[in-house]
Design a protein around this ligand. Sequence first.
Ligand code: SF4
Length: 303
Amino acid sequence: MTDTFSSYAMRNVPRYTSYPTAPHFNAGVTDAIYSDWLGALSPRDSLSLYLHVPYCREMCHYCGCYTKATRQEAPLLSYAKTLGQELELVADHLKTPGQVRHIHWGGGTPSLLPEQSLLDLAGMMRVLFDLSPDIEHAIELDPRYVSASLAETLVTMGVNRASLGVQDFDPTVQVAIGRVQSYDLVKTATERLRHAGLAALNFDLMYGLPEQSLETIRDTVARTVELNPGRIALFGYAHVPWMKKHQRLIDESRLPSAAERLALAEAARADLLSAGYLAIGLDHFARPDDSMAIAEQQGELRR
Ligand code: SF4
C-alpha cells in the first residue's frame, strides 16, 4: 500500500471520489435513457440521492469543483426550487423503488441555500422516498458559514454526518490558496455542530499546496487531531489551470516539487497513523471507533 500511496501522492491528478465519475455525464445520456435507468430499479436496489449545489460565496484558488461564486440570494432560491422539481421527477420515474440508504449534499457549498429551503427539500425527500431508518444523511460544509442556527437546522433535517473543508491551517498557505479561515473559526464550527448533536464529522485536508512545508502540514495534522474528527480525507492538490481558470491565481513557483509533494503526503500520513487513525484506501483515515474503520476491519467496506 505504501508504494501505491507514493505513486498516487506524486502525481498531479484529479481525485475521483464521486460515482459515476464526470466523464459519464455526457450528452449521450438523454432524458429517455435516464428515465429507463430509473424505471429499471427494483425494490432490492438500495438508493443514494446526491444533491449538488453549485454555488459558493467566493472561489478558492485551488477549487476543482463544479461551482461558481454568488453573493445574491435569488439564484440560491431559484436553484432550491429546481432541486425540488428534480426530486419530484426522479421519484415519479422510480416504478418500484428500494429504500434510500444515503443522501449526500455536495457542491459548491450546499449549506448556502436558505435554511428554510434546506428544511423544505429534506421534508420533500421524506415524503417522496422510502428513507431507511439507518440512513446516512451527509453534507459538505464550509466552516466559515456554520452558524449555531445552521447546525440546529441540519439536525432538524436529519443530517447525521458533516464534512468540513479545512485543507491547511497555516495562514500563509491559506492566503496563497485564497481560503482564509483560522483554527479558532474551524474549532467554533466543530463545536456548534457537536453541540447541536451532529457528532459524525469529517475533515478534508490537502497536500501539494503552495507555501506548504513539512512543518506546516505536520502542524495542520496535529491541530486536526486535536479537534478529533472521526474521519479525515487527505487529498493531493491537482493543479490544472487549463481546466480550472481560477487556479491561475495560484503562484506556480510556490508549488512543491514532485519530491516535496510526496514528502508532504508521507509526513501527513505518518502523523495520522501515529495519532491512531486507520488508513482506509489511499486517501481516507478513520478513528478506530468510526463506522468506516469498523466496516473495513469486518471486510464489509464498499466504495
Ligand atoms: S468552498 Fe469548496 S467548492 Fe467552494 S470554491 Fe472553495 S473549494 Fe470550491
